[in-house]
Design a protein around this ligand. Structure first.
Ligand code: PLP
Length: 394
């Protein structure tokens, strides 16, 4: 059976070149980067080189890059580490209502321990308008965090403007750039953010490795304690092969960003146009223009997203009915609800995310299968029959 992977926003396959770069650090160059002997130095040198490479690619200082176990840890660290270290500034923390669970769950924990957490609304396209932040921010706000790009509907946020507002009120600004990195330009210095999260497995790097950019002079409290790694800011034996892999993956992603993004965008646009032409009663969720090139998210009215997902899975097609982390839960997406999409349409929503290995033939196959699956599922849908005024026989 044909297999088509359209879930690149959940994770990407490791690029072969990245795998080759990592290999020696699993076997002959296995030393602990903190050991003082030559085996250790080999690992430490590789980590130093990777840190310098990442810093150069992102146009920041190597000392501003801290390796973590991924996006979830970086988000947790940024939010909790800043909240506790800067609590004398005030106990108000502002996050957007469409953040990834890594941020929202951390925000909830802070709320329980006495912080005043404000969740910014979004407009119907999923954009946090600067005026929403202007309204919510007070001079006792210590941190504002808004993601650079949303994982479900791909909406890009006006990070530079939002960051500027935060700074005017003396607050720090963090952005979760997990979905944006390697896909659209991420301009750490131009945006002037204080902290930024990214994760290698979203740009053809290994899983379980990410980083938190922390601007010089900013000192969040430690989050993972128990060792002197990462200049005593994050304990734990350094994952040398993964660090090497992340640097290689970032280089490949940024060197080829324009080519890959325009190819992916062309396929995505072709897919969106075809679905809108051939499937009635669909809503294209999110912002048509300001969105990740790889993301398409549709609400198919009168059917359940999960049923469509299973039908497509039977046809060998991998896509997602929410973010990977919340699939498994049947709750409607908090992102779609925040955009004002009614609950029944949120339930019928599916994310298709494209990548550098997607072909036109893959997309044609998926279009045919989606058209057929939606037609079949609507034939079984009491809601659709009711809508068409047909009688129901039980
Ligand atoms: N933030 C966003 C926006 C994400 O999409 C994800 C993963 O889906 C994460 C954070 C978590 O990253 P990781 O899987 O590296 O923990």
């Amino acid at each position: 059976m044909r297999k088509v992977y359209l879930d690149y926003s959940a994770t990407t396959p490791l690029d072969e070149c990245v795998f080759e770069a990592m290999k020696p650090y699993f076997t002959e160059k296995f030393g602990n980067a903190n050991s003082l002997h030559c085996f250790g130095r080999e690992g430490a040198n590789a980590v130093d080189a990777a840190r310098r490479k990442i810093a150069e690619l992102l146009k920041v200082k190597p000392t501003e890059i801290y390796f973590t176990s991924g996006g979830t840890e970086s988000d947790n660290w940024a939010l909790k580490g800043i909240a506790s270290a800067y609590s004398q500034k005030g106990k108000r923390i502002i996050v957007s209502s469409i953040e990834h669970a890594a941020m929202l769950a951390s925000a909830e924990q802070l709320e329980k321990s006495g912080y005043d957490v404000v969740y910014l609304p979004v407009n119907d396209m999923g954009v946090v308008l600067p005026e929403y932040l202007e309204k919510a921010i007070t001079d006792d706000t210590s941190l504002v965090s808004v993601m650079a790009a949303n994982n479900e509907i791909g909406t890009l946020q006006p990070i530079k403007e939002l960051c500027e507002i935060a700074h005017r009120h003396g607050a720090l600004f963090h952005t979760d750039a997990v979905q944006a990195m390697g896909s659209v330009p991420v301009d750490i210095r131009g945006w002037n953010v204080d902290l930024l999260t990214f994760s290698a497995h979203k740009f053809y790097g290994p899983k379980g490795i990410g980083a938190l950019y922390i601007k010089s002079g900013i000192k969040p409290d430690k989050f993972v304690t128990g060792g002197h790694q990462e200049r005593s800011m994050r304990g734990g034996t350094t994952n040398v092969p993964a660090v090497v892999g992340m640097a290689e993956a970032l280089k490949l992603a940024l060197d080829n960003l324009e080519d890959n993004s325009s190819k992916v965008k062309e396929l995505r646009d072709y897919f969106v146009k075809s679905i809108e032409q051939r499937v009635p009663y669909v809503v294209y969720n999110g912002d048509r223009l300001h969105r990740l090139p790889q993301n398409a998210n549709f609400a198919f009215e009168f059917i359940e997203g999960e049923s469509l997902l299973l039908r497509l899975d039977m046809a060998g097609i991998a896509c997602s009915s929410g973010s990977a982390c919340s699939s498994g839960s049947l709750d409607p997406s908090h992102v779609l609800l925040a955009t004002g999409l009614p609950i029944e349409k949120a339930h019928g929503s599916i994310r298709f995310s494209f990548g550098k290995y997607t072909t036109k033939e893959d997309v044609d196959y998926v279009i045919e299968q989606v058209v057929k699956a939606v037609e079949d599922l609507r034939k079984l849908s009491p809601l659709f029959s009711e809508f068409k005024g047909e009688k129901q026989y039980v």
